[in-house]
Design a protein around this ligand. Structure first.
Ligand code: SF4
Ligand code: SF4
Ligand code: SF4
Length: 497
């Protein structure tokens, strides 16, 4: 509990409501089950409960603040932020939470700035119109259900974060599909809280990435500081990498310079082309992870193994994993392993397949999965290269129905929530496109250059460059919007972005 809390009548009322909040009560009631499961020790459990208390307290303070006026706008939110010494992005994340708990209604007002023949019409954020409902927060039915609903409605991206944080270890995600042991579940809703597919405050994510204090429209590939085309100079990585080897070179540098102790990523399992999560412990492990994998891998589930280890971490993952990590940074619930993540290294991802779908693609191309040397998506086609040197391909359109349904509601191609995003689209063959998004990513990339580990050019100097990347990113966003609209029409659950 915050020691700076002022003892006023209003303040005491906020504390009383917070103590009675569903999310606090359930964690306190299930203390023994949580400790028995061994995921968190008592000290870690206490930290999680107190952090949750602080966040619930400030959330109810915001609710009370909004309830005092008939309606509120962006200026009112800024006033609340100043009065409570918190960033406006934090206030906006709490606003999103209250909206999802049905305690308030938020109407976002936009302005259309008309363009001309060269510039399309721009829609810009103008203001909020916020109304609060007159209810006792502790009496409302909690929305914090387990993520079973996300699994069962084809919305789960398979990122694995819910498995990585569940305090009683009752979840699993395998092959992109989740399972829950309902007998063990304590209905704490922590999984719902951090899942990127329940609700994701995208405008807050972008603000946090940029460190901005305004809500704005970001480019088709999200906020970025700099864009490059690059390839590795590390021989052993160059020999085994799929494109420019920049992801592996980032890890190579971070291990070499003793900046990280471990990294989370994906490696191939004993079953050909079925990936599995790996915790890399040294530079040598990097070679186990090279090459693009198109079968879903719940990388973030490994976090549950790292709560008891003091280690600086890097995570390599696809956009839905970067969203999950940034959301959990914004709604920090003091999970020890999450707090140890120092680098979010995102890779581009158009879609992923289940293992069974990959087998079907091989069958379609008449290739034995045991003979596959490399797979690639390029120029609208899925390529399979064999150990005997043959190349097979099929247009993505023809295998679209084999992609995971959950990927249809994914809007992000370029890992917009990462520190540094890496992919192949936009760069010549053998090179990577790199988008530097945060100061952390910038420092890492500069160190790769200073240590002579990579060759780097501005993305504007290569073809096809940023225009192609933006075009493909836009088509993914449009496809996602179409699928979400379809889900809305059919009255199905959809992720709230
Ligand atoms: S999207 Fe991630 S956090 Fe959400 S249910 Fe699926 S695996 Fe869990
Ligand atoms: S499945 Fe979700 S709601 Fe159930 S115990 Fe785990 S984190 Fe809590
Ligand atoms: S398309 Fe999106 S949801 Fe699917 S694996 Fe890639 S990043 Fe995750």
């Amino acid at each position: 509990m915050s020691s700076e809390l002022k003892i006023t009548k209003e303040g005491l009322k906020d504390i009383a409501v917070t103590v009675d909040s569903y999310r606090i009560r359930v964690l306190i009631d299930a203390k023994q089950e949580i400790l028995n499961s061994g995921v968190y020790n008592e000290k870690q459990y206490n930290t999680i409960v107190f952090k949750m208390f602080d966040d619930e307290l400030i959330k109810y303070k915001l609710y009370n603040f909004l309830s005092r006026q008939k309606s509120n706008d962006f200026k009112a939110l800024k006033k609340f932020s100043v009065e409570n010494s918190i960033q406006i992005s934090k206030t906006l994340s709490l606003l999103e939470l209250l909206k999802n708990e049905n305690l308030i209604a938020v109407n976002e007002i936009y302005d259309d700035v008309e363009g001309d023949e060269n510039t399309p019409t721009l829609t810009t954020f103008k203001d909020f119109d916020i109304k609060s409902f007159d209810v006792n927060p502790s009496k409302i039915k909690s929305i914090y259900e387990p993520v079973k609903t996300i699994f069962e409605t084809d919305n789960c991206s398979g990122c694995g974060l819910c498995v990585g944080i569940c305090p009683v270890n009752c979840l699993n995600v395998y092959n992109g599909f989740g399972k829950i042991d309902e007998d063990k579940c304590i209905s704490c809703g922590l999984c719902y809280y951090i899942c990127p597919r329940t609700y994701l405050p995208v405008s807050v994510l972008n603000m946090v990435q940029e460190g901005a204090s305004q809500i704005k429209n970001y480019s088709k590939v999200g906020h970025f500081l700099e864009a490059y085309s690059a390839r590795t100079k590390v021989d052993e990585i160059a020999k085994s990498c799929q494109d420019g080897g920049i992801t592996s070179t980032c890890l190579h540098y971070l291990f070499d310079a003793n900046i990280i102790d471990m990294a989370l990523g994906a490696k191939m399992s004993n079953t050909p082309w079925r990936p599995e999560p790996i915790i890399l412990e040294n530079k040598e492990d990097i070679l186990l992870t090279t090459g693009t994998k198109y079968v879903n891998n719940p990388t973030l589930k490994s976090l549950s193994e790292l709560n008891k280890k003091k280690a600086n971490l890097a995570v390599v993952g696809v956009p839905c994993m970067m969203q999950a990590l940034l959301k959990s940074t914004i709604y920090n619930i003091s999970i020890p392993a999450l707090n140890q993540i120092k680098y979010r290294i995102g890779i581009f991802c158009m879609e992923s397949f289940s293992y069974e779908s990959l087998l079907k693609i091989c069958e379609l191309l008449n290739v034995d999965i045991n003979d596959v040397k490399k797979t690639d998506i390029n120029k609208g086609k899925f390529f399979v290269y064999t150990t005997s040197g043959d190349e097979f391909n099929v247009p993505i359109k023809e295998i679209g129905q084999l992609a995971r349904e959950d990927c249809e509601v994914c809007f992000d191609l370029t890992s917009e929530s990462a520190d540094i995003s890496i992919g192949s689209i936009g760069s010549p063959s053998g090179w990577n496109t790199v988008l530097i998004r945060t100061e952390v990513g910038k420092e890492l990339y500069n160190n790769l250059i200073e240590n002579d580990l990579i060759e780097s050019k501005k993305l504007s100097e290569v073809k096809p460059g940023l225009p192609l990347l933006e075009k493909i990113a836009t088509s993914k966003k449009n496809k996602c919007n179409k699928h979400i609209d379809k889900k809305k029409e059919e009255n199905l659950r959809f992720p709230r972005y």
